[in-house]
Write a protein that binds this ligand. Structure first.
Ligand SMILES: Nc1ncnc2c1ncn2[C@@H]1O[C@H](COP(=O)(O)OP(=O)(O)OP(=O)(O)O)[C@@H](O)[C@H]1O
Length: 254
């Protein structure tokens, strides 16, 4: 098996008296797609925020490629290889789809994240940007300002930007939430392609059973902020821990 790229060690955060993530120790390997499941409020998003750096840990550590990144700001973690699906707030709303993708490629290529530099200065980056826009089926919207995109197309753009960034660790938080049945497969196919490359690590917070079944190599279950189960999908799904964690609530079948 490949070496662990990402590890959390006794990672915890408390908000006032409430422990939202409770001493989670977990290792993630290259080539592996881990689904993170658990009922509402279990701590999934908070765990993601701790890994990507959106919030600071109260205790424990996050280790990327052997390096302690626990105290690093988001931008530095991104630079080192942690990639979280962009929220619309990270985009330039008045620039179009293609320009936003090109800016991420430009920044990745070490040419700065300068939206004022002329597009013609970076002509060589336009073609890779167009390819990524095509992969998420947004070619028809390439010249549309991102602020005018439908919700589903915004989500596809988030995935496009992450692919442009091409981090070591891809973090997806319910990537198809709110997408139509026509749109979701585009994103799921792209995640499957990333997984097939075997050279990236993918973390996926997901409620949809069919998505987990199709994509996950491994499932971890969070319950009350703690790691309740960790293992192969069939084994975890059949376990009492999952039944107890969900307390009668089902993972979504849709
Ligand atoms: N900034 C915050 N301040 C106070 N409490 C918070 C904060 N962020 C999260 N929490 C609490 O931490 C717990 C975990 O929340 P979190 O959003 O991580 O759960 P989740 O598993 O992602 O849930 P969902 O599936 O509903 O998105 C919840 O009880 C939540 O209310």
């Amino acid at each position: 098996m490949s070496h662990p790229i990402l590890e959390t060690r006794d990672l915890s955060v408390r908000f006032g008296g409430h422990v939202a993530v409770d001493r989670i120790s977990c290792t993630f390997r290259t080539g592996e797609l881990t689904a993170i499941v658990g009922p509402n409020g279990a701590g999934k998003t908070t765990y993601f925020n701790l890994i990507s750096g959106q919030i600071a840990a109260s205790a424990g550590s996050v280790v990327l490629n052997g390096r302690n990144i626990t105290r690093m700001p988001v931008a530095q973690r991104t630079h080192l290889g942690i990639g979280r699906a962009f929220q619309l707030t990270n985009l330039f709303p008045n620039l179009n789809v293609l320009e936003n993708v090109r800016l991420v490629i430009q920044s990745k290529a070490g040419r700065g994240f300068n939206m004022l530099s002329m597009a013609s200065d970076h002509d060589d980056l336009t073609m890779p940007a167009e390819e990524i826009v095509e992969r998420v089926r947004l070619t028809g919207h390439a010249h549309q300002p991102v602020s005018e995109l439908s919700h589903g197309n915004q989500r596809k753009l988030e995935v496009a930007l992450l692919i442009a960034l091409d981090p070591l660790v891809y973090m997806f938080d319910e990537p198809t939430a709110g997408m139509s049945v026509d749109e979701a497969p585009v994103v799921l196919d792209l995640i499957a392609e990333l997984k097939a490359r075997k050279d990236r690590t993918i973390l996926l917070v997901e409620h949809k059973m069919d998505v987990i079944r199709t994509l996950a190599d491994r499932i971890i279950v969070l319950h009350n902020g703690a790691l309740a189960a960790d293992g192969e999908p069939a084994e975890v799904m059949a376990s009492d821990v999952v039944r107890d964690a969900y307390m009668g609530r089902e993972l979504e079948d849709g």
